[in-house]
Design a protein. Structure first.
Length: 508
């Protein structure tokens, strides 16, 4: 195989990026301290293929730069973004000439006052790298890929979901299904870049097209048709002669920018074939738009509570989807707590429910001051700026459990009123596993309610039945309630009767 490098010189490839999901309608703000920043040897130790004994390391000189990832939240504070962007760009410049970059993005990062944050970051990265280096991006399929972003990239791929049961998004735990998807995508981006450099090839053609459909991940689960077949097509397209990669993005529905919509990119050395396959994939997505369904039965909060109370299935799991912290929700809305206690059987204690976890550090501190067994009067939730959704809930109850210094949730308190036990946390915390509840065993309750979209596998396995409650909040599944102002219209499902769009791909 021909190589552009003199004998004995290995290509120098940087590794870095910045990933976070930002919910534009959330009052929460993501700060610098919310990011986990990985540099140097720690970044090289993350994947087998970058380690000294990795199968690519003999032919490549890996150059670790910086990777920053944060738990999903509200938009990133400008100063935090500038600081991380500045360090990444500086490290690229200080690294000396690089032949390529394995570049990890999400596609759903929002920054206060900035449009298309990933494109802004990538243009700065491109300028620092110079025009000859190839950028190979690994992205999440629930992000957005604008024309501006795609133009600044040379190779791009997205997760190809394997049909695993969904896990809550965010910095994925090692070995989790979501983490494995991200790791596989990183490796695919790296190997395609190395192959490209080794073959002496430059930038391939990118056939890019956006599809005016915007659906949440709870309605595009790869475990169910039609998403299963749709997400399965890129791997077969990639096998065609003249094609390098194919990828599908569902878009990020909880942002409010023109880039927010589904997209397809097919990368290849055969431009006509790349365009043909991109058009086919985009057309299929459009044609299937009415067929995507929620991954579990869904309804409003009261309907879900009524179904759970009436059901003999125990425990019955309800997802409070609109305030899901793992998608960027503030985690402080007491709406679902109010709906639980509005039900006579739950208020009277004839039926029991465990509801986790409302973020309210002041209420938690009050519980710790009172102690286990004490009666308390709390103003729960609504801790951000005044808004109709952030009205606090007055909770009179008994403190039944306290736990200090949870790794994610900080101090944790549980308060019982009637049959409802509310778990309060001092920091936003998704509840994904049995261990997250501490001494409170969810198996001992009739209902278990968590702030989540599709619950993590361990909770799904625990539940005898489940529902998705379409509750209000910053990550409302009912997009029409959010008040998008800056997305491009018409857009399905906001405009359900819109005319068929032009899905002709553009070669970049």
């Amino acid at each position: 195989m021909s190589t552009p490098f003199p004998a004995g010189r290995r290509p120098r490839i940087g590794i870095g990026g910045m990933s976070v999901r930002s919910a534009a309608f959330s009052p929460h703000r993501t700060t610098y301290d919310d990011f986990r920043v990985t540099r140097g040897a720690e970044l090289l130790a993350r994947d087998a293929w970058t380690r000294p004994d990795g199968d690519l390391s003999g032919s490549v000189k890996w150059v670790p730069l910086l990777h920053a990832v944060a738990v999903p939240g509200g938009p990133v504070e400008p100063e935090a973004y500038r600081r991380l962007k500045g360090e990444l760009v500086d490290r690229i410049r200080q690294a000396g000439p690089l032949d390529g970059l394995v570049y990890e993005l999400h596609g759903a990062m929002g920054v206060v006052g900035l449009e298309d944050a990933e494109a802004d970051l990538t243009e700065a990265v491109r300028e620092a790298l110079g025009p000859r280096a190839l950028i190979s991006a690994a992205m999440d399929p629930h992000g957005n890929i604008s024309r501006r972003l795609a133009t600044a990239l040379d190779l791009v791929t997205a997760h190809r979901p394997t049909g695993h049961r969904p896990t809550a998004p965010g910095p994925a735990a090692h070995g989790s299904a979501a983490g494995q998807d991200a790791a596989r995508t990183r490796e695919r981006a790296a190997r395609k870049l190395v192959e490209r450099l080794a073959a002496g090839k430059g930038r391939p053609h990118l056939a890019w097209v956006q599809v005016p459909v915007l659906l949440p991940g709870e309605r595009t689960s790869p475990r169910l048709e039609p998403a299963r077949s749709l997400y399965g097509r890129p791997a077969s397209i990639e096998e065609l002669d003249g094609i390098v990669d194919a990828a599908v993005w569902a878009g990020w529905p909880w942002a409010d920018e023109p880039r927010c919509k589904a997209a397809v990119v097919v990368t290849g050395d055969d431009p006509a074939l790349a365009v043909e396959q991109a058009r086919s994939l985009a057309t299929e997505y459009w044609d299937l738009r009415h067929n995507f369904v929620f991954a579990a039965p869904a309804g409003d909060a009261d309907a879900c509570v009524e179904a759970a109370v009436a059901s003999p299935a125990r425990p019955f799991l309800i997802s409070d989807t609109g305030d899901n912290p793992a998608a960027g929700g503030a985690g402080d809305l007491p709406y679902m707590l109010g709906r639980l206690l509005a039900h006579g059987d739950l208020a009277a204690g004839r039926v029991t429910a465990l509801h986790a976890g409302i973020t309210d550090p002041a209420a938690v501190a009050q519980c710790f001051a009172a102690g286990v067994g004490a009666a308390v009067r709390l103003s729960v939730g609504g801790t951000h700026e005044p808004h109709e959704l952030h009205e606090p809930y007055e909770l009179l109850g008994e403190v039944v459990a306290l736990r200090e210094a949870d790794e994610v949730g900080g101090d944790v308190a549980a308060v019982r009123r009637g049959g409802v036990t509310a778990v309060l946390v001092s920091r936003r915390k998704p509840f994904r596993s049995r261990a997250d509840f501490g001494e409170l065993d969810p198996r001992g309750y009739d209902l278990v309610v968590v702030k989540a979209g599709c619950p993590a596998p361990e909770l799904s396995d625990l539940a005898a039945d489940r529902r998705l409650a379409l509750t209000p909040g910053a990550v409302d599944q009912n997009l029409a309630r959010l008040g998008h102002r800056r997305v491009e219209r018409p857009l399905f499902p906001l405009d359900p009767h819109m005319p068929a769009p032009d899905l002709t791909p553009e070669l970049l």
